[in-house]
Design a protein around this ligand. Structure first.
Ligand SMILES: Nc1nc2c(c(=O)[nH]1)N[C@H]1C(S)=C(S)[C@@H](COP(=O)(O)OP(=O)(O)OC[C@H]3O[C@@H](n4cnc5c(=O)[nH]c(N)nc54)[C@H](O)[C@@H]3O)O[C@H]1N2
Ligand SMILES: Nc1nc2c(c(=O)[nH]1)N[C@H]1C(S)=C(S)[C@@H](COP(=O)(O)OP(=O)(O)OC[C@H]3O[C@@H](n4cnc5c(=O)[nH]c(N)nc54)[C@H](O)[C@@H]3O)O[C@H]1N2
Ligand SMILES: [Mo]
Length: 761
């Protein structure tokens, strides 16, 4: 009999080491760390072969992040963390049928996330029968028939849900959404719902496109670059190169973050070591240690200063925008006392930065999860829009919006149709291209999918990549939902907790990764991806696949579709024989993909249309860019409460924990830690390593997790930080951002209590 698998990771239980935090990012330790991870996982020749193909025109797109590649590339166009992502996929370890015969699902679930990932690549399709304690092998044919028959017996297609993580290629994602829409549902939740959804919503309704508006080259022409709520030293290390180049050309860089993240303080390009240039660059001119959730107040302050200093782009405001007066009036009415109080920043500091922003001829604003995962995620991004529109900083060199995407193809997936709420023109075009009819009813996003599972409304849950149980909020609630589902399917490369916390029956379909050779009936194939700046380019895997049983994601979708549909306007067998045929169909079904097959073969790919950037035109109903008016959010905390943010360490890729070192922050050995201001600790009589329980509060409900070790850290008073995914049990499912429904993973209202011994006063 199957016992219930554990939904949360047990800790690794190594001793917690706390060192001084690092100021500098990259440099020699980054080079040695890349090589170490490569050598441990892949051995010497594979490490060299693999790393020199990352982000090369003839190679594969780095699966690490969505930061764009420069058009003139060096031989080493990867970073420490990209190298880790590649090594993790190209590992020589294997999870085989023998492995699954040896370990029960329950036993595996008692191992840590780090241990699970270390076991290596999945090699065979596997099935976990209802009530069974072990996975057993299943043939591809039987697995696909099983899945298709589950879906085909549903009396309502909306009882099936199809998740996507952001590594899936354009070709695979396009076919996948075509399959899902042919089944008759828009139930296409994706990782974006937990990630940049607030950016899409905030930008879409103000500038008419839910994407950024800058190119890499714009960084070379900017006067001011704002980096808000983002930790590029760890999560987008190649961005530091762009910031360094900008800095050398005179740009001022402002880092807005509760934490003094490494890299923005000092950065040493790893390649400079090879050139024996030992100078480091101090990147950020200003660090604004804003309180968690205090950005809206800060932005109001910057808008007030801009108003006072002048230098407004009146021509632009008059001819291209609407809503300016009301926005300005609200800023004028907002008092400095609230701004200072809510942001935690002095009026002098805000004014100094505000004057520089007002005088700047070209400003870029970059942001990531620090803004999007807030209750006011959409509104605060619209305040960024307000600030930049005042100076006309859109659609001109060196200026614009730069939401920095996470997963390497999360933006492409959305462009080609992974969207639970597609707009009407998109559906119409897709219907014409595919020759099918598509339901208009919106599907479930991530949070709504979990609710539906809990309510017993889902019979089949299919995941194209990712690790749903660990990535989603409220781990125990999500687990309860998943266990209600009849059949869960994971298309994956590596073992993770979503293979262990499953529906009644579960299937694992092992797929090729980005680094691997993909051969179909017509020969070797390449796929395409879209980076964070809207450039679509190809990616060709060159490594020998981890197992002869692996299939490509497009193949899996097309073969499943063959079993699903008796008749279909798409010839599924034929279309996957040559990915050019998929791209031809994409050209017909999507806008902006003309001559796709030809243009994607250009050396640096091609740029998708971006009206605000290309011609200062805004596809909003009014045809104008919108200033929007927002109240300051309520950031009030009850006495004795703290706000907790859940963040990434340096040694993880989302839910994939490579190791237990958060090198730049000086913390290693244990991930079950909580960063806290030393004065807040002293007030409670607490020291480093004291163990505490954390209780989160939302809407009268509480959730508690025990065994967190305190680490004194440079973080604003009443703010604390823990790591994702360990702390996800504390993120309430219903606590989501207004308008984007993104879980508020950076704003969790918590109280702390000492677990033992050293009691508070
Ligand atoms: N190596 C590595 N690279 C990655 C990933 C990874 O896990 N590992 N994940 C990828 C993905 S999917 C994504 S989305 C990106 C994520 O990239 P980031 O958004 O940089 O990731 P987080 O660690 O979530 O960090 C958010 C930052 O926001 C700050 N922050 C939190 N709350 C606030 C706030 O209220 N205001 C401000 N101003 N700042 C705040 C935190 O201190 C932290 O520095 O990275 C991508 N790249
Ligand atoms: N508390 C909290 N929660 C968060 C966040 C946070 O900051 N705080 N961040 C959120 C964000 S920004 C995101 S994007 C989500 C991430 O959510 P997901 O995208 O669901 O999670 P990942 O950890 O990136 O998924 C890793 C798994 O993907 C599979 N995989 C890797 N490569 C491939 C591939 O090429 N194909 C296929 N089919 N599978 C592959 C592997 O099996 C691996 O175990 O998490 C969100 N959750
Ligand atoms: Mo993300």
């Amino acid at each position: 009999m199957r016992e219930q698998a554990r939904a949360t990771t047990p800790p690794d239980n190594l001793p917690l080491k706390i060192k001084k935090k690092k100021k500098m990012a990259a440099g020699i330790p980054a080079v040695t760390s890349s090589l170490k991870h490569g050598l441990q996982n892949m051995g010497i020749s594979r490490t060299f072969k693999t790393l020199t193909m990352v982000n090369q025109q003839q190679g594969f797109d780095c699966p690490g992040c969505a930061w764009p590649d420069p058009s003139h590339r060096t031989q080493f166009e990867f970073c420490e963390n990209g190298a880790k992502a590649v090594a993790d996929e190209a590992t020589k370890s294997r999870v085989t049928p023998e492995f699954f015969a040896k370990h029960s699902v329950q036993h595996l679930s008692d191992q840590s996330d780090r241990w699970l990932n270390k076991q290596g690549r999945l090699t065979h399709p596997m099935v976990l029968e209802e009530g069974s304690s072990h996975y057993t092998p299943i043939s591809w044919e039987d697995a696909l028939i099983e899945i298709a028959s589950h879906i085909n017996t549903l009396d309502d297609p909306n009882r099936s849900v199809f998740y996507t993580s952001g590594r899936t290629s354009n070709e695979a994602a396009f076919l996948y959404q075509a399959m899902v829409r042919s089944i008759g549902t828009n139930n296409l939740p994706d990782c974006s719902n937990m990630c940049h959804e607030s950016s899409g919503k905030g930008l879409g309704s103000t500038i008419g496109i839910g994407k950024g508006t800058v190119h890499l080259d714009d960084f070379n022409h900017a006067d001011v670059i704002l980096v808000i709520g983002q930790n590029p030293g760890t999560n987008h290390p190649r961005m530091l190169t762009a910031l360094r180049d900008a800095k050398l050309k005179g740009a001022m860089i402002v880092h807005v973050n509760p934490l003094p993240e490494a890299g923005l303080e000092r950065f040493k390009h790893p390649q400079d070591y090879m050139k024996m240039n030992l100078a480091t660059t101090q990147l950020s001119d200003f660090h604004l240690p804003v309180k968690i959730g205090g950005d809206a107040a800060l932005l109001k302050g910057l808008i007030k200063i801009h108003d006072e200093v002048g230098h407004l782009d009146s021509d632009f405001i008059e001819n291209h925008t609407t809503g300016f007066e009301s926005m300005l009036e609200k800023a004028r009415d907002t008092d400095w006392e609230s701004i200072v109080q809510d942001s935690g920043l002095s009026r002098e500091l805000i004014s100094e930065v505000g004057r520089a922003v007002a005088k700047s001829k070209a400003t870029i604003a970059c942001w990531a999860m620090g803004l999007t995962q807030q209750p006011n995620g959409v509104a605060v991004i619209q305040e960024v829009v307000n600030l930049l529109l005042m100076g006309g900083h859109v659609g001109r060199p060196g200026a614009g919006f730069c939401p920095v995407r996470g997963h390497s193809n999360v933006q492409g997936d959305r462009t080609v149709g992974i969207w639970e709420a597609p707009p009407e023109p998109f559906i119409e075009r897709m219907e014409n291209g595919l020759n099918i009819s598509i339901p208009r009813e919106h599907g479930y996003d991530v949070v709504r999918a979990i609710q539906a599972m809990r309510d017993g409304l889902v019979d089949v849950f299919f995941c194209m990549g990712g690790n749903f149980i660990s990535a989603t909020p409220d781990t125990l609630a999500t687990a309860e939902g998943i266990r209600n589902v009849g059949l869960t399917v994971q298309v994956s490369t590596k073992l993770n907790r979503s293979h262990l916390v499953t529906g009644k029956k579960a299937i694992i379909l092992p797929c090729l990764g980005r680094t691997e050779r993909d051969i179909q009936a017509s020969g070797p194939q390449f796929v395409s991806v879209e980076n964070s700046m809207g450039i679509v380019h190809k990616s060709t895997g060159n490594l020998h696949p981890a197992s002869e049983h692996l299939k490509s994601e497009p193949w899996i979708v097309s073969q499943l579709s063959k079993h699903l549909f008796d008749t279909s306007p798409i010839d599924w067998e034929h279309i996957v024989s040559n990915y050019d045929l998929i791209r031809d169909l994409m050209e017909k079904s999507l806008s902006g993909f003309d001559n796709y097959n030809e243009r994607v073969r250009h050396e640096n790919g091609f740029m998708l249309p971006n009206p605000p950037r290309d011609s200062r035109s805004f596809s909003t109903p009014s045809g104008l860019a919108h200033f929007t008016t927002h109240e300051l959010p309520n950031v009030h905390l009850e006495p004795g409460h703290y706000v907790m943010m859940t963040i990434r360490s340096h040694d993880q890729y989302n839910t994939t924990v490579y190791d237990v070192h958060d090198r730049y922050r000086g913390i290693s050995g244990n991930r079950r830690i909580i960063l806290m201001n030393a004065l807040d600790m002293a007030k409670r009589g607490w020291r480093n390593r004291q163990t505490v329980s954390i209780t989160s509060h939302f809407d009268g409900e509480t959730r508690t997790a025990d065994g967190w070790q305190l680490v004194a850290y440079e973080i604003p008073r009443n703010n604390v930080a823990t790591y994702f995914p360990e702390a996800n049990v504390l993120v309430p499912l219903q606590s989501t951002a207004k308008d984007s429904n993104t879980p508020t993973s950076k704003w969790i209202d918590v109280t702390l209590s000492a677990s033992s011994g050293d009691e508070e006063e």
